[in-house]
Design a protein around this ligand. Structure first.
Ligand code: SF4
Length: 420
């Protein structure tokens, strides 16, 4: 059972946040059902991208720059921007559907300084030859890209997927596959699907003018299912993989009960999973990275950690059983002392929820803020700025007064993010 007292509240803030969310294009070579971005402007010029990178460096203090879109790999100057980020001492990460990724482009990107990928694959994408597949069947495609990145070496790869009510029960299939390949899959991210529902709601812009909600890619006429929440995703993972535990969180910007980001990391070898890190290890990792590198941490650059990961066991009550399990296993199979030990992050993100008064409960200290018109704004809602000049409010059409339950809203996290 989740309890915020047992979790570390990630210390991230608007101006000191490990992630900078750089949007380089709004063109994509695929359609994802929950995508929050639509094609309005096209590829950004490299000069503007460089200015935004320097803006992030000045105002965000990031450890990594997440190059997002649209599909960043189809931007003709993707290699130049990766190189520019690396030259400015930040880690470039590409958030992609990977359809345009080849061993040759991978090599070129690595040479330019790329640190890793977050690859978005799920069953609600218009991916040629893969439509109609289950999440479990898509593991074959995930494997293809995990092998491609591992063959080049020196970069990490995280896979994320959007969780729909109808695919919720398939989450364990993805986790099982990830754990079996812990040596090359550095993390998994599950993002709960949200959409604004047009037929029940009315939307207003910041000046109080009614706006057409259907202009947003993240709106639908109807949605009759119940949205999945982060605690539910946590529970289905926990039920199927008892060694998994969450260690850190970001709450809601309005609701004290929200778990908008849940971050955890399991420890294991290719043969066996031993347990998870707990809140103390997360705290030491964040504070230590800030102390020695000057930034907080979102992506581990090396997932192969070895038994030194257990050094914090005396202080970390979640880590202790993992250490005991490893010791018992090594006593039973002494050869396993020499097996490599890895950590694999598992992050769960619950996108914004609309409240009865029209406000949205966002991720507190949003890690995916991007630059729009010289301001930092939540990337998941940037199209509201692009179409209507600012955030809109959405309330139930039939009621003049607040309703008791939050009305459904919201957007899917764009392509990806992960902690760990
Ligand atoms: S962009 Fe939206 S969904 Fe992503 S972290 Fe920020 S508030 Fe949450």
């Amino acid at each position: 059972m989740l309890d915020k007292r047992n979790l570390y509240r990630l210390p991230w803030s608007m101006n000191d946040n490990p992630i900078a969310w750089l949007e380089v294009t709004d063109i994509c070579n695929m359609h994802c059902e929950g995508c929050y971005r639509q094609h309005l402007t096209g590829h950004k010029p490299l000069e503007q991208i460089k200015e935004e990178i320097l803006f992030f460096k000045k105002w965000r203090n990031p450890d990594n720059v997440s190059i997002a879109g649209g599909e960043p790999l189809i931007h003709p100057q993707i290699v130049d921007m990766v190189a520019f980020i690396a030259e400015n001492d930040m880690k470039p990460i590409i958030l992609t559907n990977a359809m345009a990724l080849t061993p040759e482009s991978l090599r070129e990107l690595k040479k330019a300084g790329l640190a890793g990928f977050t690859i978005h694959i799920d069953s609600r994408q218009s991916r040629p030859h893969w439509e109609g597949k289950t999440e479990g069947e898509l593991n074959e495609l995930r494997q293809h890209y995990a092998d491609m990145v591992a063959a080049e070496g020196g970069m990490y790869v995280i896979f994320n997927s959007t969780v729909y009510p109808s695919t919720f029960h398939e989450i364990p299939d993805v986790v099982r596959w990830g754990q079996a390949h812990i040596d090359r899959v550095h993390g998994l991210v599950f993002i709960t699907y949200r959409t604004a529902i047009g037929d029940a709601n009315v939307a207003h812009d910041y000046a109080g003018q009614e706006v057409d909600l259907s202009q947003l890619s993240y709106s639908r006429e109807r949605f009759d299912e119940k949205f999945v929440t982060s605690p539910e995703v946590y529970q289905i993972i926990k039920d199927n993989f008892p060694e998994y535990e969450a260690a850190a969180y970001l709450g809601g910007s309005i609701l004290h009960t929200s778990y908008k980001w849940l971050a955890g990391a399991v420890i294991g070898s290719k043969k066996k999973m031993y347990g998870s890190v707990g809140k103390k290890t997360m705290e030491v990792a964040q504070a230590g990275h800030h102390l020695f590198a000057g930034t907080y941490l979102a992506y581990l650059s090396c997932a192969k950690v070895g038994p030194k990961i257990f050094l914090l066991s005396p202080w970390d009550k979640t880590l202790r059983p993992a250490w005991r399990n490893w010791l018992k296993d090594v006593m039973r199979h002494p050869g396993r002392l020499f097996d490599s030990l890895y950590v694999q992050s598992i992050a769960i993100i619950q996108a914004p929820d609309l409240l009865p008064d029209g406000r949205a409960d966002m991720c507190d200290s949003c890690p995916d803020m991007t630059v729009y018109d010289g301001k930092l704004i939540n990337s998941c809602r940037m199209d509201e700025y692009r179409l209507f000049g600012g955030f809109i409010s959405v309330v139930e059409r039939s009621r003049g007064e607040p309703v008791e339950e939050p009305v459904s809203m919201s957007v899917e996290e764009p392509v990806a993010t992960s902690v760990g």
